[in-house]
Design a protein around this ligand. Sequence first.
Ligand code: IVH
Length: 722
Amino acid sequence: MNDADTDGARAAELRAILDHHAYLYYVLDQPEIDDAEYDALYRELQALEAQRPDLRTPDSPTQRVGSAPLEKFAQVRHLEAMLSLANARDEDELLAWDQRNRRYLDGRGFDDVPLSYVVEPKIDGLAVSLTYRDGLFVVGATRGSGEVGEDVTANLRTIGALPLRLRGAHPPAVVEVRGEVYLPLAAFTRLNEARAAAGLPTFVNPRNSAAGSIRQLDPKLAAQRPLALWCYAIGHSEGLDLPDHHSALGWLRAQGFRVNPGIVVVDSIDAVAAACRAWEERRAGLDYDIDGAVVKVDSFALQTALGSVAHDPRWAIAFKFAPTTVITRLHSIEVNVGRTGVLTPFAVLEPVFVGGVTVERATLHNEDDIRRKDIRAGDDVTLQRAGDVIPQILGPVLDGWVDEDGRRAERSARHAALPEWRLPEACPACGSQVVRETDEVAVRCPNRSCPAQLVESIKHFVSKGAMDIDGLGEESVQLLYDRGFVRDVADLYSLREKKDSVVLLEGWSTKKKRVKDGRDVIEIAGTKQTDKVLAAIEESKQRPFAKVLFALGIRHVGAVTAQAIVDAFPSIDGLLAATADELAVVPGVGPVVAEAVTQHLADDHNRETLERLRAAGLRLVEEHPRRAGGALAGTTFVLTGKLASLTRGEAQALIEARGGRVSASVSKATDYVVAGEDPGSKLAKAQRLGVTVLDEDGFLGLLESSRVSGDDDSAPVQLDLA
Ligand code: IVH
């Protein structure tokens, strides 16, 4: 062999080796060599081709990237039209499709023919057609109109999973391979992060990013986007004779195409439905988006007999899943005032069906978030709702978008003309000037009597998890407030006195009843309903102290934190006397929560409400506190007489903060009686029972030695910052 022959042989060998490893890596996902080894072989081939350009073949791995930027895309006429798919939204529509097909076939010589079906994932990417002539990849095109698409060959060549040459020994003269180009979800996230960091607009969804990438005029840019490819059909072919769709998929796999391994062949429509639902279940765990399953009649003879209507074949149907993201119009941004006065913007949307429900409102979190995403009233926005997750607006659609059949919708001009959104300076409920606290994104209405705050705090008070008052829903609370019956939570407990007028409240004490002729009539339920609610309010007085504390709606105090506070301070008097420092060491509390609690309790109006709740008979003491691990855990004190340095409440707080308990009367179970000046009969009883008596110094000494430390291993963690 001469040198030329050796070079040629080595180049062919390198192409084969590199091809083999690209196939293992991209198609089978089973690499056998690492990147460095691959790169070394690749560079060897590159060097060889640089020396001997005549050895450079169009299917050489070096030819995937590198062609010059295009001016524009050429048009390509598909040899066979690229069809779209009709949809089935549920099992009934799937069944109806199958029955239509059977009826259609019955009249055409295929009476009672047994049917097999192939069920595939419906990849949410961009459809492409790849033409191979004599085994060589020659043209790749987008779907376009279905008849004519754009020539994106150069960009498609950069996709590692796309064979530049078919692997089979006897390639057909011509074959159009159909598939879906997509961007894997992880790559999509990385791409958007990089774009955001560079100040570029981010992509709305993976499909848009795949579409944007495949339509890059510079193939070098497309090469930087790690596009992937699933192939799922054959279009026009010459020199191929295959009986059915599943054989075609097998053939594609053998030629080196990536064919989804989860595709199944089944032989009843029930099994089809089950396979579709199985795909829906797998959906969340995939690293690519699917928006449904595609069902295809397997036999090509039957496909031909069935034919198509307009652009949709009768022999295939898309079983659509509920979308998890959609694009809709944001009509306006409104502001809600919460029970702690925080202003929260929310979106009023053109109603859309997403993730199985119709959504017309979505929270927008806060002003900073809206600015960061640059969401403006009037924008088209991407809305996401997956599973039971609260609907979220991901962002405005800035560059137009690509629909599932690859058609572009341009909307870019609108956004720039819309005004940027700003939070109002005045509370939308009461008109007070809002305040933005330093170190906080939250903006709040400072007016404690702001009607929105009052109504929200009553709603919270009666809600499940708090006082859990049955029959008092959000609407009833609003109604009772609007009519002036309930202005704060304590008013609930004097509602009984106003019963006669409350009974007449339209909407609260009435219920709808459907009569025979189909019209709705309103029947006054009268006292019965009212009695029920009043009984539920009465019953709520039995809620334990921790529930009451949570129900008060103190900032940052969720149910867990309320319980932790009650564990440490089992009585309201102890809690009222506690300082922020003492509270801050309660597990799960910490300085921020402690400050919020002491501030709330120091407020005159809140104190008054508490006293009214106490007078109404609510439980503001926990008789059986869960023993927290304080130094005085399990220790019972009785206080008698007046202490010089502490009030009764302060003494109680100090004891409770250490896990101890204060009881009203002396018994054998009492551990210590603390006797101040002018002690009463309790001292005598203690002496009689032999209970240890502490004077003020002794008591202070005990407190000192059982100090609550804030810096031990069990340092408090901030929990529950609701
Ligand atoms: S078959 C006549 N199979 O869905 C058959 N299409 O609305 C038409 N798609 O444009 C295509 N996954 O982009 C087929 N497994 C799959 C598919 C699939 C995704 C897309 C394709 C097509 C659209 C039809």
